[in-house]
Design a protein around this ligand. Structure first.
Ligand SMILES: [Zn+2]
Length: 126
C-alpha cells in the first residue's frame, strides 16, 4: 500500500538526489549522460549498516561506485583527489551530517553508527 508518507523507491530516491545535488558524479565530477550513468551510492556503505535512506544516498557514476568498493567515504575522497579527480566533498559532508541528524531522530542503525561517527570525526579533523 502506498501512502503519502511512503518512502520513494530506489529510482525515485536517485531522481531526487540528482534534483537535490545536480547531475554530476559525487566522486569524479563528471556530468551524467548516455555514457556516464548515475547509480545510487551509499555514503555509509550498506555492508557497514548504512541505511537505504535519502540522507545516505548520493549519485555516483558506475565506474566510481565500483572503484570505491566498501571504503569509507572520507578515505575515498582522498583517493579520488590522488587520482586527479575533483570529488564533491561538500556533498559528502552534507550527506554525513544529515544522516547523523536523521539517525538521531529515527533511532536504530546501531551497526552504522560507529562508522558514521568515525567518518564525521575524520571529516571535522580535516
Ligand atoms: Zn564518477
Amino acid at each position: 500500500m502506498v501512502g503519502v508518507t511512503a518512502q520513494p523507491d530506489r529510482a525515485g530516491r536517485l531522481a531526487a538526489a540528482l534534483e537535490r545535488d545536480g547531475p554530476t558524479c559525487v566522486w569524479c565530477g563528471r556530468t551524467f549522460d548516455r555514457h556516464v550513468r548515475p547509480t545510487t551510492e551509499h555514503v555509509v556503505p550498506r555492508v557497514r549498516g548504512g541505511p537505504s535512506w535519502a540522507e545516505n544516498e548520493v549519485a555516483a557514476c558506475s565506474r566510481c561506485n565500483a572503484a570505491r568498493g566498501h571504503r569509507g567515504a572520507v578515505e575515498w575522497l582522498g583517493e579520488c583527489r590522488a587520482r586527479g579527480w575533483t570529488p564533491d566533498a561538500e556533498r559528502v559532508a552534507r550527506a554525513l551530517e544529515s544522516l547523523a541528524a536523521a539517525v538521531a531522530v529515527r533511532g536504530g542503525q546501531r551497526r552504522a553508527r560507529p562508522h558514521l561517527d568515525a567518518q564525521l570525526r575524520r571529516l571535522r579533523a580535516g
